[in-house]
Write a protein that binds this ligand. Structure first.
Ligand SMILES: [Zn+2]
Length: 353
């Protein structure tokens, strides 16, 4: 008797899993079949409950609320492409972790893929949705346990790197020997390469000013205060510090392996961990800033690189142009240790001699 019952229930469970597997389908559609250099790579993911009863899908098996698992299989010219997004260790799911799909209902989400997969190399990509089978859900609900897959779709991507390039975490370019990215889409990578060029130009210009001008003019006076020595590097303590700091900032731009992380959604411009060179985390205000000029993307990178202990070890005594100008007038010893003062000297907007 007992063994007969066990056998029956096993058959029922299997039958259930198969029915649930077919109940929710996944449809994948690229927004554009070909994307240009500097464009994001977007696909529309639609999950549809094709059954006549409500179905429940674990949220993290769907892109609803953000991709938190490798939900796609991406290939470039036939070879698998690395997933660069997050992998989460979770507690066993509860009922609250399930997304409810009414009979015949669909949910659609647009996903940007190039920040999640290494897609900055030019090539013919194929993308398939694939979430492997999951454990059975709580007994009270009809939970989808089978794998969720879509048919593959094709997307041609014109990337920053030429077709056939070896994909590498620190993909080098001619302009930036050590520039690498984390969680940055193709469009963001393109814009960041320009921002690094702008910051590097500001650092080189600042370095040239400090090394060649004598005496320093209004530009130095405005952002770092009265000059306390001739030609900085030789005598005055403060002007020597400014000269050494800009030499180090220029060196960091030109020779160090800079990594930029785009995962920050906070409202400010950017942040760094001063003891962890050379990773810069760019945030919301950064993307709203101009390339050059006051509080620009280029200047923000000058500001952030100045913070690293191995570069100039600056602090944030004050923020903003009027505060930085006030600091130069009243406390030049702190101005020469203030990150925004380096940024504004570098941006030099409006231009001063
Ligand atoms: Zn700062």
């Amino acid at each position: 008797m007992t063994s007969y019952r066990r056998a029956t229930s096993a058959v029922l469970v299997l039958g259930f899993a198969q029915a649930a597997c077919a109940a929710v389908t996944v449809d994948l559609a690229p927004l554009r079949p070909a994307v240009g250099r500097g464009d994001d790579v977007q696909v529309r993911v639609t999950l549809t409950n094709t059954s006549s009863v409500a179905q429940h899908v674990l949220r993290w098996r769907t892109p609803q609320g953000g991709v938190e698992a490798p939900l796609f299989e991406v290939r470039r010219d036939g070879a698998p492409v690395r997933y660069l997004g997050i992998q989460v260790k979770r507690a066993p799911p509860t009922a609250a972790d399930y997304l409810r799909l009414a009979p015949n209902a669909s949910v659609t989400q647009t996903v940007e893929l190039s920040a999640l997969y290494e897609m900055n190399v030019t090539g013919a990509y194929t993308v398939r949705y694939h979430s492997p089978a999951a454990p059975q859900g709580p007994a009270a609900m009809q939970a989808v346990a089978g794998e969720l897959t879509s048919a593959p779709v094709s997307i041609w991507v014109e990337g920053r790197l030429p077709r056939g390039s070896k994909s590498a975490p620190a993909a080098a370019t001619a302009a930036s020997p050590g520039l690498a990215f984390s969680k940055c889409s193709n469009a963001q990578q393109e814009q960041l390469a320009a921002a690094v060029d702008a910051g590097r130009a500001m650092a080189a210009d600042s370095h040239a000013y400090l090394a060649t001008r004598q005496p320093y003019g209004a530009r130095y006076l405005t952002w770092f205060g009265a000059q306390d020595g001739q030609r900085g590097a030789q005598d005055g303590q403060r002007s020597a510090q400014v000269g050494a700091s800009f030499t180090a900032i220029k060196d960091a731009f030109e020779t160090r392996p800079l990594r930029i992380d785009c995962g920050c959604n906070a409202p400010y411009y950017a942040y760094v961990y001063p003891a962890q060179p050379y990773t810069v985390y760019v945030c919301k205000a950064f993307w709203g800033a101009p390339l050059t000029g006051t509080d620009s993307r280029g200047g923000t990178l000058v500001h952030e690189l100045s913070h690293f202990d191995v570069v100039a070890g600056t602090d944030d005594h004050v923020y903003g142009q009027s505060g930085a100008a006030e600091l130069a007038r009243t406390a030049p010893a702190r101005a020469v240790d203030n990150a925004d003062s380096y940024e504004y000297f570098g941006e030099n907007t409006p231009p001063l001699q």
